[in-house]
Design a protein around this ligand. Structure first.
Ligand code: TPP
Ligand code: MG
Length: 358
């Protein structure tokens, strides 16, 4: 299978495949790639300083998330794995909510119930990530079935990693989607690693995209560090899904340039040469070269974009650290309309312990 590439590693494009994206939108896409990279750097630093508990970087994978969200309509639902936060930001998810969530304070919209980075938003149609690998694949196929049943003209996209293709939910989700022609885009971020397990231990197939054939789905392999290829593939897949033609399987070939999470040390298992090779294929630098060649971006503008986000985020961090932790009662809210007696008892007990410790 040949891999779709529109922008090569030097930022040169193949004009016959270039998607028709207005200049303002291209620049917005670039800005959000910069934001994702900056948030990764800050998240990791705050975690190392002991100021937040956890961080999940998606460094090196900015083109997949931003290219995909830019190709969808705002009503389309996103079922992320956990390396696609930029999709929520691109849709307007407030940075203040992210930063308060990082610090698990009283303003955290997730009420401290999720690991920092595992946030969701109904408003922005960005589903809360599920911790067990692959779960979101069947959720998305099921939701896609519902849109079809309700005759809603929306589609959904589900993200998962190369490791998730070995899960039973991968099989169930793709099979269900293909049989019932759900308006679902199955988007695999092949970043070559599942924590410390390399791609070669995940499959005997020549490519992950080849797996689509067995389900009767079109499968396409794309350069995941080429934002225009991502946009093109997702746009076409969404068009198919909206026309009632069912799912498409997209394998985006990319690389996890950072650690799995802040709890991981990739130097213990990853060949240095591998990383060096992939750093040269940086999706941000490639897109920057393209935008400069088109005169949509000036030399030095990248730094300006970065520093304006930097100031905004630093202000939010300073405020977030001053807030208190979430209120104790939130531990028990949002599940029952009337709190059962045994939970009331537990709440009273913890509250009295808390009073004693103050
Ligand atoms: C069912 C299950 N098994 C194991 C884990 C632990 N785990 C968390 S992430 C991960 C690796 C997933 O790799 P991949 O699907 O390639 O996604 P990536 O992290 O590379 O984006 C594993 C094994 C889990 N969360 N759920
Ligand atoms: Mg992976």
């Amino acid at each position: 299978m040949s891999m779709l590439q529109i922008l090569d590693s030097s930022g040169n494009n193949h004009p016959e495949l270039e998607p028709n994206i207005p200049e303002r939108k291209l620049v917005k896409m670039f800005e959000y790639m910069i934001l994702v990279r900056l948030l990764d750097e800050k998240g990791m630093r705050l975690q190392r300083q002991g100021r937040i508990s956890f961080s999940i970087p998606s460094t090196g994978q900015e083109a997949t998330q931003i290219g995909a969200v830019a190709a969808l309509n705002s009503e389309d639902w996103i079922f992320p794995a956990y390396r696609e936060p930029g999709m929520a930001f691109y849709r307007g998810f407030p940075l203040v909510d992210l930063v308060n969530h990082w610090f698990i304070n009283e303003k955290d919209p997730q009420k401290g119930r999720r690991l920092p980075g595992l946030f969701g938003s109904k408003k922005y149609r960005y589903v809360n990530p599920s911790a067990p690998i692959g779960t979101q694949i069947i959720q998305a196929a099921g939701a896609g079935f519902a849109y079809k049943y309700l005759k809603e003209k929306i589609v959904n996209i589900v993200f998962f990693g190369d490791g998730a293709t070995s899960s039973s939910d991968f099989h169930s989700g793709l099979n269900f989607g293909a049989v019932f022609k759900t308006p679902t885009i199955f988007f695999c971020q092949n970043n070559h690693w599942a924590i410390s397990v390399p791609l070669s231990k995940q499959t005997g197939a020549a490519s992950l995209a080849d797996k689509a054939k067995g389900y009767g789905l079109p499968g396409i392999q794309i350069d995941g560090n080429d934002i225009l290829a991502v946009y093109h593939a997702v746009f076409e897949a969404a068009k198919r899904a909206r026309a009632g033609e069912g799912p498409t399987f997209i394998e985006a070939v990319t690389y996890r340039a950072g650690p799995h999470t802040s709890s991981d040390d990739p130097t213990r298992y990853r060949p240095k040469k591998d990383l060096e090779k992939w750093l040269k294929l940086d999706p941000i630098k490639r897109f920057e070269k393209y935008l400069i060649s088109k005169k949509f971006l000036k030399n030095g503008q990248t730094n300006k974009i970065r520093s304006s986000f930097d100031i905004e985020i630093n202000t939010l961090i300073a405020k977030a650290e001053e807030y208190r932790p979430p209120a104790l009662e939130t531990l028990f809210s949002d599940v029952y309309s009337d709190l059962p007696w045994h939970l009331k008892e537990q709440l009273d007990e913890i509250a009295s312990l808390q009073r004693r410790s103050i």
